[in-house]
Ligand binder design. Structure first.
Ligand code: HEM
Length: 290
């Protein structure tokens, strides 16, 4: 009877010991699993942060090159118009005309490019502020372009005898660009700023607004290139063939303009540079829906 009891006691001790070992092992397993998962998450966070850093570095590099090209373009353009084309004026039709390329390139190329890039260059600013900067840059681009087109019309009309308006391919592309830009501005302003369309409509037109914005920028670059070609051929006539200094400068300016356009379009369309919404955007959204 006694030996039975002691056997039973030994068995239950062994059972308790096994259970404890089993529990300890389970705890150890759970702990190591947690440590491994935590380490994996840290590794993934680090990889993500590193990839994000590399993307930012690439964006900054391409943007700096494009900005440098923009500055070169502005310097070469002003040099060309002042040194080779008699500068700017308000009475002589030729000097009035010179405002046209200056204002068109400052408006439709320089201002407009910065306006479409603002959602990437200012990615850390709240969406509301970005929309306002975008609108002001577009408004500036539009005002400069309207003045630029008026300068071209005025110089044609003031010539003796007057020159016909809107006869060239350049003027057709240019006018189409300006009209599309105006429409885009009105739809963008009323849809996204004031009074603002309902959320579902805004969501539906946003991709169209973005795509047509890039399309209009492409049109502006084409208009500027065709305008330059036209002006240099009109200005130099037969001497263009001998590639004088002015032709070299104008050809160089055209190449800079194309490269600038390509880089801006790359920065605007590459998915990897797309702005990720920040906390403040969500707070603004919530305050609108509450
Ligand atoms: C995005 C930029 C540009 C736009 C939207 C644009 C638009 C226009 C428009 C609408 C006209 C017609 C004016 C008229 O018929 O009286 C015109 C004329 C003209 N533009 Fe431009 N322009 C741009 C850039 C340039 C540039 C950079 C040059 C280079 C010098 C230039 C050179 C000319 C010339 C020579 C004319 C007069 C001959 C013509 O009507 O084709 N344009 N432009």
């Amino acid at each position: 009877m006694r030996s039975n009891n002691s056997n039973y006691g030994k068995k239950s001790d062994k059972y308790n010991l096994n259970k404890q070992v089993y529990n300890d092992l389970a705890l150890l397993y759970e702990y190591s699993a947690k440590v491994i998962v935590k380490r994996r998450i840290n590794q993934m966070d680090n990889m993500e942060a590193r990839a994000e850093h590399q993307t930012r570095k690439k964006f900054n590099l391409v943007y700096t090159i494009s900005a440098a090209l923009g500055v070169i373009l502005a310097i070469v353009l002003i040099t060309w118009l002042i040194h080779f084309r008699d500068g700017f004026g308000t009475e002589d039709p030729n000097r009035i005309f010179n405002w046209h390329p200056l204002l068109m390139i400052f408006g439709m190329v320089c201002c407009y490019s910065q306006s479409i890039l603002i959602f990437r260059t200012g990615r850390n600013l709240p969406k509301k502020k970005l929309k306002l900067i975008h609108m002001f840059l577009n408004l500036t681009a539009f005002i400069l372009s309207v003045l630029g087109i008026i300068a071209a019309f005025a110089s044609h009309n003031l010539k003796n005898p007057p020159v016909a308006n809107l006869y060239s391919l350049h003027s057709w592309i240019g006018l189409t660009t300006a009209i599309m830009f105006g429409l885009q501005f009105v739809i963008g302003f009323t849809g996204f700023l004031f009074p603002g369309y309902p959320g579902a409509i805004r969501a539906a037109i946003l991709p169209i607004h973005t795509a047509s914005g890039v399309g209009i920028f492409l049109f502006a670059i084409i208009a500027a290139i065709t305008g330059m070609v036209e002006k240099i051929i009109f200005g130099l006539k037969d001497t263009y063939e001998s590639l004088p200094a002015e032709a070299l400068l104008a050809n160089f300016m055209g190449m800079v303009l194309i490269l600038f356009g390509v880089l801006v379009m790359y920065l605007v369309t590459a998915f990897e540079y797309k702005r990720v919404p920040i906390a403040e955007d969500t707070m603004i959204l919530q305050s609108h829906t509450n």
